[in-house]
Design a protein around this ligand. Structure first.
Ligand code: UGA
Length: 437
């Protein structure tokens, strides 16, 4: 099928490549000429395992091309909208400027029978509003909302083999036609018996934000428990294992630490709260403000633990920070707790040296005041304290005996509760985790 993907950021670039890999004829469109140039050269503008491979193979097959011209969307049957919906400046609400602009620019190129498919995360009510805009333009095209659940670091796998598909469609015949077209687009997932929910626009929009709200709540729940564990001498890792064996709870997303970040969870829970308030139901999701507050508190907690552990004033100390990206397998530092901790420590006067397998370049653009090193050894050398804030395998594999020979003072703050505390202590380290005695 001929497909256009409008917006070639994280979501769009992966979606366009994956759809072409699955056999569709795809044009990826973005107004950012530099991004399009990089993609057209087979080089994704961000780090995502597996993406360079499918991008290259899809381009070699001739099924994938990129363009800065929205007119190149003409002729496609399905048009995916994958532009960003960041947090609005000065507010918690989502900024829909890019979504609105994408739809507006696409309108003149739509034809009878075309389907516009929103993938961006939007406040509930947006799809109904956009459907009316598309209908008023009179092309005969219709709209569906098909939220995306991909995780950074696993984006290719999540797009090619999603764990579920959700179609928000218009009522009646238009909805049936949209469902049939989307089933064709996702034929391979359909063949693999992927669970499918066909529903209305509002439900599809809410599925996405409520899924992220639930995940964020789960993380803040365990972080709140880890604060109680700290106050009572309990062990949060053992507590998480024990409650996680209850299938109704589950062990995933119960890792206490410096908290969640990235381009989705933080801004999505804030936008959800803002939208609920607009709907007069602010009280229904007021708990998400607490989820946000607990999350942000973990960053302060790691900073405070570091200050307390140091044997000298922070402004005379060298602090080694292991991790910058918001999670492993990603170079994304948007709202990254790791980068935030590094910046806060620097702000307090510490000589911060930070390292990360993928996140240095993006961090340097935002915070040139930090010192970055690509070498773990150089990062650790003469440190007065080490703070681990992203659980990359490279950091988990550090030999504590070797590391102890490099630092000035063997103090490690494990902001992800990911190291073997006993092994580090045995090597002479003062080991401090969150909610871990
Ligand atoms: C998240 C969702 O997991 C995806 O399903 C969703 O599609 C995506 O947002 C989106 O809306 O686009 P992602 O932002 O890639 O995906 O990251 P996650 O894997 O969810 O991790 C988010 C943050 O939570 C990371 O900073 C991670 O370190 C943290 N986290 C995760 C914890 O602190 N503890 C945990 O137990 C799990």
């Amino acid at each position: 099928m001929k497909i256009s993907v409008i917006g070639c950021g994280y979501l769009g670039a992966v979606h366009a490549s994956a759809m072409a890999e699955l056999g569709h004829e795809v044009v990826g469109i973005d107004i950012d000429a530099h991004k399009i140039e990089q993609l057209a050269a087979g080089k994704p503008p961000f780090y995502e395992p597996g993406l360079p491979e499918i991008l290259t193979s899809a381009m070699a097959s001739g099924r994938l091309r990129f363009s800065t011209e929205i007119a190149d969307a003409a002729g496609a049957r399905v048009h995916f909208i994958g532009v960003g919906t960041p947090q609005k400046a000065g507010s918690h609400a989502a900024d829909l400027t890019h979504v609105d602009a994408a739809i507006k620019s696409l309108l003149p190129h739509l034809a009878e029978g075309d389907l516009v498919v929103g993938k961006s995360t939007v406040p509930v009510g947006t799809a109904a509003r956009l459907a009316a805009v598309i209908e008023a333009a009179g092309s005969g095209a219709t709209l569906a909302w098909n939220p995306e659940f991909l995780r950074e670091g696993f984006a290719v796998k999540d797009t090619i083999s999603p764990d579920r598909l959700v179609y928000g469609v218009a009522p009646g015949e238009a909805g049936e036609q949209a469902t049939a077209l989307l089933n064709e687009v996702y034929a391979s997932a359909m063949a693999a018996q992927t669970p499918l929910i066909v529903t209305d626009y509002a439900t599809a929009e809410l599925v996405k934000v409520s899924a992220n709200a639930f995940l964020a709540t789960k993380i803040s729940f365990i972080n709140a428990m880890s604060e109680i564990a700290d106050a009572s001498g309990a062990n949060i890792s053992e507590l998480a294992d024990a409650i996680g064996f209850d299938n109704r709870i589950g062990r995933r997303f119960l890792n206490a630490g410096v908290g969640f970040g990235g381009g989705c969870l933080p801004k999505d829970i804030r936008a959800f709260t803002a939208r609920a308030e607009e709907l007069g139901r602010g009280d229904s999701v007021a708990f998400l403000k607490e989820v946000d507050a607990i999350n942000l508190r973990q960053r302060q907690r790691v900073v405070a633990m570091t200050l307390q552990a140091l044997d000298k004033p922070v402004y005379t100390a060298k602090v080694a920070v292991l991790g910058l990206s918001f999670k492993p397998h990603s170079d994304d530092v948007r709202d990254s707790p790791a980068l935030d901790v590094a910046v806060q420590l620097r702000g307090l006067g510490a000589d911060v040296v930070a390292t990360d397998p993928q996140g240095i370049e993006n961090s340097r653009l935002r915070h040139p005041q930090l010192t970055y090193s690509t070498s773990i050894e150089d990062t650790l050398r003469n440190a007065d304290a080490v703070v681990l804030v992203t659980e990359w395998a490279e950091f988990k594999q550090i030999d504590p005996v070797w590391a102890a020979t490099l630092v000035r003072v063997p103090i490690i703050i494990d902001g992800r509760n990911t190291l073997d505390a006993a092994a580090w202590r045995a090597a002479g380290w003062t080991y401090l985790g969150l909610g871990r005695p």
